[in-house]
Ligand binder design. Structure first.
Ligand SMILES: [Fe+2]
Length: 472
């Protein structure tokens, strides 16, 4: 069996498994068509109610989904992921949000400002000065210009008013985020209302980062390589590989290299993508990537995470790339899921491809792609990688919420948005790891200039950071 034939068997199994989980049987003809046209990602995201109801995905349904998609989709149409939620029961959502609520609540209660926190049900009966922890389920502005929230715990909910003349009214509040609230409850004519004076976030604790002496041990971070795209910057990437092989002091100190998603460009990720591709087949794109990675000295441990262009399901948490692929890569490569925390030399390195950064830019006033570091900080403050459920980030309501930032990271790595942002928030060093792709047609349309071909080096001992530029 040739190498990519084997990969194909794995891909078939994954497609069948994906639809099985949704209770849908894929007919062999439909499976062939999906494989032949590399439609896995696209079909996953476009399952119609008709397919859900019948429990079968047939060849003609695939063809009609394709026809619909080419008729209705313009190049900027967003993929509708709502279909992925259809398969999840109310119980799945309850478990998912309970897990998110409980784990973030525990962090919020560590704050001394939250001493004496009670359940929402209790404070609604008691009134007076209160503290609660709740998940924001509604947010609006009243006719008088005050901010009105509805927050929930696992049993009850309450209306919360943030008066426009108080500093608390300028807080950034996202739907579905879990917050601590300090204020007082009043009983008017209707239901009890809480007037909030303060919002308490789980946040990153104030602590002094432990430094270690000795020679540097570097972890290198690169992202969004997009092998297979016509705009993949091959020359820059070859220069990076030569540098890794070059034997300089810095290169010798590099022990780990992280590729945080979109390692290939894929196909069917957006309409007419084939026009932008140099390599049309994802299997060949991975083979090409493997050729590059095989040249990296074997002493360097390489970690590869998938992103929204890779051949895994789009909804997060994304599993690691297919085991069939790992056989194509050399032995120093480890495939990791998205998101994931690596423990390297006793440091927590949190890696997340970063799809939710699109939502953060959209939801936070004044935020844009050149201030992405600010968006990253907002994730850390909330101890959650995708605070708002849904939006542009498809999430699977699994019993455990994998986007809760449980362990405080020493290093936080994201990618996806193709800008380079390096910074520090409290004891956390963070980077948005840029890309190895030149400006695409779409980015030109959106007036966005990426900052490509950069590797960021973090010294796991001294916490020093070095930015290495490989642009020609
Ligand atoms: Fe991406």
């Amino acid at each position: 069996m040739s190498r990519w034939r084997l990969a194909e068997v794995y891909r078939k199994e994954r497609i069948i498994e994906f639809f099985n989980r949704s209770g849908i049987l894929v007919t062999p003809e439909a499976l062939e068509l999906i494989l032949e046209k590399n439609l896995g990602q696209m079909i996953n995201s476009m399952i119609t109610g008709e397919v859900m109801n019948s429990g079968y995905l047939t060849e003609s349904q695939v063809l009609s989904i394709l026809r619909d998609s080419s008729e209705t989709r313009s190049p900027t149409v967003e993929i509708d992921f709502s279909s992925l939620k259809v398969n999840s029961s109310v119980d799945d959502f309850r478990r998912y949000f309970s897990d998110r609520y409980e784990r973030i609540k525990r962090m919020i209660l560590l704050s001394s400002r939250m001493r004496g926190t009670l359940s929402i049900g209790k404070v609604k009966r008691m009134g007076g000065k209160v503290r609660i922890v709740g998940m924001v389920s509604e947010s609006s502005v009243t006719s008088n210009g005050h901010r009105r929230l509805v927050v929930e715990d696992l049993e009850d909910s309450i209306q919360v008013i943030l008066m426009k003349n108080k500093p608390v009214s300028s807080e950034i509040i996202l739907l579905d985020e879990v917050v601590g609230l300090v204020g007082s409850v009043s009983f008017g004519k209707g239901d009890p209302v809480m007037f909030a004076d303060e919002i308490v976030r789980p946040d990153i604790p104030n602590r002094v980062a432990q430094l270690e002496g000795g020679d540097p041990v570097f972890v290198g971070s690169i992202s969004d390589i997009h092998v297979g795209s016509k705009t993949f910057r091959k020359d820059d990437f070859r220069r990076l590989i030569s540098w890794l092989k070059g034997g300089s002091e810095e290169a010798k100190a590099l022990k780990y290299l992280i590729l945080s998603g979109d390692v290939v460009d894929g196909i069917g990720v957006y309409p007419s993508q084939e026009d932008d591709l140099e390599i049309l087949n994802p299997a060949e794109q991975y083979a090409k990537l493997s050729e590059y990675v095989s040249q990296i000295p074997e002493e360097i441990k390489v970690f590869i995470m998938p992103g929204n262009h890779d051949s895994v399901r789009l909804a997060e948490p994304q599993p690691s790339l297919s085991p069939a692929l790992s056989r194509e890569f050399p032995g120093n490569v480890t495939l990791i899921p998205n998101p994931y925390t690596l423990k390297l030399e006793k440091r927590n390195v949190l890696v997340y491809h970063g799809m939710s950064l699109n939502d953060m830019v959209e939801l936070i006033p004044g935020m844009n792609y050149s201030t992405i570091g600010e968006a990253i900080k907002e994730l850390l403050i909330r101890r959650h990688l995708a605070p708002k459920y849904g939006g542009k980030t498809p999430l699977i309501p699994s019993p455990r919420d994998y986007h809760v930032i449980e362990d405080v990271p020493d290093i936080f790595i994201t990618g996806h948005v193709h800008s380079h942002a390096l910074g520090e928030y409290k004891s956390v060093r963070y980077v948005n790891s840029s890309t190895w792709q030149s400006q695409t047609e779409y980015q030109r349309m959106m007036n966005f200039s990426p900052d490509p071909s950069i590797m960021t080096l973090f010294d796991l001992r001294s916490r020093n950071v070095i930015k290495k530029d490989f642009k020609s």
